[in-house]
Ligand binder design. Sequence first.
Ligand code: FEO
Ligand code: CA
Ligand code: CA
Ligand code: CA
Length: 627
Amino acid sequence: MADKRVDLSWDDWDELQSARPDENDFDRVVESALSRRGFLSGVLAFGSGAAVMGAGALLSSTTAAEAAKTNRFAFKPIGVATDATVHVPEGYTWDILTRWGDPLFSDAPEFDHATGGDIKSDRIFGENTDGMELFELEDRQLIAVNHEYVNPKLNLPQNEDGKPVSAEEVLKFQNLQGVTVMEVTEGAQGWDVVQDSPYNRRIHHNTPMRIAGPAAGHDMLKTDADPHGVEVLGTMNNCGSGKTPWGTYLTCEENFNGYFGSTDASFERSDAFKRYGIGLESRYDYEKFDARYDLSKNPNEPNRFGYIVEIDPTDPNSTPVKRTALGRFKHENAEVVIAKDGRVVVYLGDDERGEYLYKFVSADVYKPGADTENLLNEGQLYVAKFNADGSGTWIALTPATTGMDAADICIHTRLAASSVGATTMDRPEWVAANPISVEAYCALTNNKNRGKKPNAGGDDTSANAVNPRDENHYGQIVRWRPALENHASDTFTWDLYVMAGNPNLYGDQYGGSSNINAGNLFNSPDGMAFDSAGLLWIQTDGNYKNEGDYEGMGNNQMLVGDPVTGEIVRFMTVPYGAEVTGLCWSADRRSMFVGIQHPAAPFPDGAGKLARSAVVVVKREDNGILG
Ligand code: FEO
Ligand code: CA
Ligand code: CA
Ligand code: CA
């Protein structure tokens, strides 16, 4: 019988893992949201330019034409699209850099439009491109990029629901996910991947890695294959990314729970497994053919995933390192900033309905050229609490505040966060820090459970000031400024930069904030990155049906926001079905690399061909700088 679960999004699949009761007193929830709707009444926490956003006054007093004359955007914004291709503004071009299945090495198998390709698939660019960063190495440019998951039906079309039925088919899936490191170069014909570059590398579900930080060697991380709890094979569901000032790549393990199951149906899941959504059946049937993923045989294996992994892209022989000090949850991305006092701060979102926003602060300061091994091993993990008055606190997760030991906090971070009363969030996706102003932004993509159901740990998810809308289908972006202009500070002020919505349909909060207008409708902000000019690029992963609540929003898109004025304009649209995720710039900033994940349209090869996730390059026709 067809298994409908394969067609579920990762988020909806999660809901099946831990059924939660509907909250009954819905009236109370709505009442509370209205009385605290910080945004519409103005959460005036910020200084000068930003305060106008909170007051909601700016764009209502400025016509679109006036804004166009004075804004900082170098292009004419584009309209929505519902078609099967990419659109960029007039004066810009786009091209394919690489697609799922393209060779990294000259001995790679050919892409096969029936099944993707053969089992030697760790010689090719993996599927479902996600977080992405560019590194300069003398005169070379390297891109490290994630491959979040595989589409079973595209890779194993001969099997029911695309589920693997052999160890070899499981291996195909394992090899297509993880990370690619590739050298790229620009020639007369545009950008290309340098085949057979000594830097080209695939990291996947079977790549040896080291475990470091407070949880390394803990009993909960020990397995028969690794009795010391310090070595693990693979990284999985690599979602967003990060880049350190010392030139390493951070890949973020998100929906790792979906890879584990039990061949023994009587296996009793712990409360922690339930909190993390680890169920008896995986999405890909790994557990049936690879005992490592079978909870009944290796119950500690899932404790070895859900971390930030540090990779040195400039050394193809280096061993990736899981940095347990940065906590274990569904990591979205890892935004690294050096605080005013020299310490390393990493902002981290846990992308699940009603989960939390975190930051890590290193114990030591970053000194260029000094040893960086312990910077992400020793430090303090915090979780965010947003107050209705526009203030906020980073609550330290320590043995004293949580009652848990240091290793347990790193392994069961969600439980630690719940114990200190942090603010449940509408799915924290990417965090981006402004390079020219001491502030950071987090995309809260959406949360259909807000005001309806608690999170998987039973924490109340009534509407709150920063997540003010019940059944939030549109999402919002929150930003904060740390006290003393120091990202290491434990207090901050915040406001909402934007609430997405549909003002054509709603006159209340579901119509969005005042910087949403007919020309920039979107839903579900997800990927974000600042350019060097301090403009915020916003990528969406939302509903693309262009009907009902989403009418007028079209396909997923990339927009650009000005943090000072609040203006947001549309720069790019992608083929139907795809999300836009992953963004980085070439060394000269004349090219921008953008990831297009899971198109439903037959992109980029056209009708009759398999839909392939791809990285595209965007340039200005005059080869000008674009960020
Ligand atoms: Fe993989 Fe939360 O996006
Ligand atoms: Ca994402
Ligand atoms: Ca998303
Ligand atoms: Ca995705």
